[in-house]
Design a protein. Structure first.
Length: 68
């Protein structure tokens, strides 16, 4: 849980309280919203988070969904 909070703070610039709320949503519901970004920014964030998780051997997944 602390790893996810740290990722949300580092890559999505959330304060600890906001990051904790998103982490709990992910924990309880399986997914949470980290932000809404233009496509290129979202792709970069997904890549950064995925690489960071892999480097730390953490199973965290980060995906991008299109707005309709």
């Amino acid at each position: 849980m602390d790893f996810v909070i740290g990722v949300l703070q580092r890559f999505f610039l959330m304060d600890r309280e906001q990051a904790t709320r998103v982490m709990l949503k992910v924990h309880n519901e399986g997914a949470g919203l980290a932000g809404v970004y233009p496509r290129d920014v979202a792709e970069t964030k997904v890549r950064q988070v995925t690489n960071h998780a892999r480097e730390h051997q953490h199973p965290l997944q980060c995906v991008m969904e299109e707005n309709e």
